[in-house]
Design a protein around this ligand. Structure first.
Ligand code: AGP
Length: 615
């Protein structure tokens, strides 16, 4: 996610802002910028790269004096990482300066309207559109900045945390929030603005957090004016005295990035389908698919290449694409695919899945497929990453930076994107009626709240982890859509707790693994109601009769498995094809707690890197 920092007060703004941006580096970003008002004009510097690069550039090219300023670290969503797309952004007049964290979904339509009114744009960002919309409203309605922001934000759809100031009113900053975090630090004759408290906690621990759809007018020497964006009604600020330290703030109050990212999944899934899934209109909008739809509908097959967790997401996609869209799919480990001299034709579509967008084997597989004429589509989480630039088209997950080495929100957001594509193709190919399609879109919109509900088992899961934390081997079993989840659960456990774990299709028990079953062998079975539930129940009986320990993930309200298993973790019911988005949650939590109890470094497990950029 982007990081925003602002300052207005009696100190020099520049050092506070730069240090504040450094505090926010943990959020992940690809460019940075700063704008300082020096009492006469605005001095602005921004660059692709790191805060260190910004420091060098701004200290070599601009005056750093001034008591009012804004700073930003950008995690690209619209427009690749480059200097022009970095924030802050000016309005056309040069009077307004804005920084923004979030996504304006309807920026395209607004941009067209503003161009018709003579506005020119210097970047590909939604943010530059927003600041010019505010300027247009301010001029047309002849209102102050605060009112113009309030009116403008009622015309946008999306998520934002913004800070904007007017060079003609340099004792004021206006901020607003919907969906992205925004904190205001309140000092003696000074105010701080930031994505979280880490940039200002050393100056003040008095803070207030804007709620969604709130706007604040921050003016030196005055009380903060808080308003509802919808109707400009007054809101009374509640100021907190923060007790958090820097590290706790960076992890959002969680002990580890991995736990923070597990709990971010409802928001990450929502952000990933935001602007794409329009259930009320019964449509899915995905430019990368819309512009290439024939490539998919006329393809002989879809080849999916990936590594690790992304490969597991690809396996889920195989079930979804074949089940729903009736398109043949093959899932390949990129590291095998690139060397086995595969048969690839120009009637193939290759989908490359990668959180980092930098995995060497996946990149090599893409290059091989392109050489052989296949159409290559990327599913990445990092805008402007190598894989996203090497593919013919793609769709980003909007999970935000994933810091923990063990992939969690990347997995569920990859499945979200792949599900959107499969549903879109199923409709395009006429496999789905409009009613069926609408039912799927509506259920997909229910998933974030069902993930929230699945997370409620965390305390129960921690007690189960206590029982099995000293195991030396574990088995994970699942059928159908839950088979890839069994593999993913096993990977999560082994990569952060160093316990050997294997995932298997439940029916494979009799072909070998059942020889492993005894009272020392914990078996995690995904036995949700949909699919071949009865067959999984009989697999559980086979394990029980051999004294295996059974930890089952079941659909809430399940009775049959409850009578057989040693432990049961319930998740909400959903469509069979959407079950992986929920059944994976308990397994993420389980691996986290077991690893912690074993004293492992959950965020940076031994021998592992977040992105495997070499063979
Ligand atoms: C998963 O928890 C691991 N971090 C690893 O398997 C990872 O999924 C794999 O290296 C692929 O990375 P990518 O998605 O960035 O390409």
């Amino acid at each position: 996610m982007c990081g925003i920092v602002g300052y207005i007060g009696h100190r020099d703004a520049y050092p506070i802002i730069i240090k504040g941006l450094q505090r926010l580096e943990y959020r992940g970003y690809d460019s940075a910028g700063v704008a300082i008002y020096d009492g006469d004009s605005i001095n602005l510097s921004k660059t692709k790269g790191k805060v260190e690069d910004l420091k060098k550039k701004s200290e070599a090219t601009m005056s750093l004096d001034g008591k009012l300023g804004l700073g930003h670290t950008r995690w690209a969503t619209h427009g690749v990482p480059n200097d022009a797309n970095s924030h802050p952004h000016y309005s056309n007049s040069g009077d307004l300066v804005i920084i923004h964290n979030g996504i304006i979904e309807n920026y395209d339509a607004i941009k067209k309207e503003l161009i018709n009114r003579g506005y020119v744009f210097h970047s590909d960002t939604d943010t530059e559109v927003l600041v010019n919309l505010i300027e247009e409203v301010k001029k047309k309605e002849n209102v102050k900045l605060g009112k113009a922001v309030q009116i403008a934000l009622n015309q946008v759809v999306g998520a934002y945390a913004i800070a904007v100031f007017d060079v003609n009113k340099p004792d004021e900053i206006v901020v607003a929030k919907l969906g992205s975090p925004l904190a205001i630090g309140i000092g003696e004759d000074e105010f701080f603005i930031a994505s979280d408290a880490s940039p200002f906690i050393e100056f003040t621990n008095n803070a207030m957090y804007l709620d969604d759809e709130e706007l604040a007018i921050i003016r030196l020497g005055k009380e903060i004016k808080l308003r509802k964006i919808k109707d400009d009604s007054v809101v009374y600020p509640s100021i907190q005295e923060l007790q958090l330290n820097i590290e706790e703030i960076e992890k959002g109050g969680y002990d580890h990035f991995m736990m923070k990212e597990i709990y971010e999944q409802p928001r990450a899934i929502l952000d990933t389908y935001r602007g794409r899934l329009l259930a009320d209109q019964g449509i899915i909008k995905m430019a990368g698919i819309d512009e290439n739809i024939e490539k998919f509908t006329n393809a002989n097959r879809i080849i999916i290449v990936a590594c690790g967790t992304s490969w597991h997401a690809g396996l889920v996609a195989e079930y979804i694409f074949e089940d729903l869209a009736r398109i043949p799919v093959e899932v390949e480990y990129a590291s095998e695919f690139r060397y086995r001299n595969p048969v690839i034709t120009d009637k193939d579509v290759l989908i490359a899945i990668s959180q980092s967008g930098e995995t060497a084997d996946t990149l090599a597989a893409i290059k091989l497929a392109k050489e052989k004429g296949a159409f290559v589509f990327g599913v990445c989480n990092v805008v402007g990453s190598t894989i996203s630039r090497e593919t013919h088209a793609g769709a980003y997950t909007h999970a935000g930076p994933e810091i923990g080495v063990a992939s969690t929100k990347a997995f569920t957001t990859q499945i979200t994107v792949l599900t959107l594509i499969a549903l879109k193709l199923a409709k395009e190919k006429g496999v789905f009626s409009q009613t069926q399609y609408h039912e799927y879109l509506t259920e997909l919109e229910n998933i974030p709240s069902k993930v929230e509900k699945s997370l409620l088992s965390n305390v129960l899961i921690e007690t189960i982890a206590e029982v099995y934390k000293d195991s030396t081997n574990c088995l994970y079993l699942g059928r159908g859509y839950n088979f890839p989840v069994a593999l993913e659960g096993a990977l999560k456990l082994k990569e952060i707790s160093y316990i050997h774990a294997e995932g298997y299709p439940a029916a494979e028990m009799k072909h070998g693994p059942i020889a492993l079953i005894d009272e020392q062998m914990p078996v995690f079975v995904i036995a949700t109601k949909k699919g071949h539930y009865e067959k999984v129940v009989s697999n559980i009986q086979e394990i029980k009769s051999r004294k295996g320990k059974i930890i089952a993930i079941v659909t809430e309200g399940d009775v049959a498995v409850k009578e057989l298993a040693d432990h049961v973790i319930e998740i909400p019911e959903t469509f069979e094809s959407l079950t992986p988005l929920l059944s994976t949650i308990p397994l993420q939590l389980l691996s986290y707690h077991i690893a912690l109890m074993r004293g492992c470094n959950v965020d940076q497990p031994r021998n592992l890197a977040k992105s495997v950029t070499v063979e």
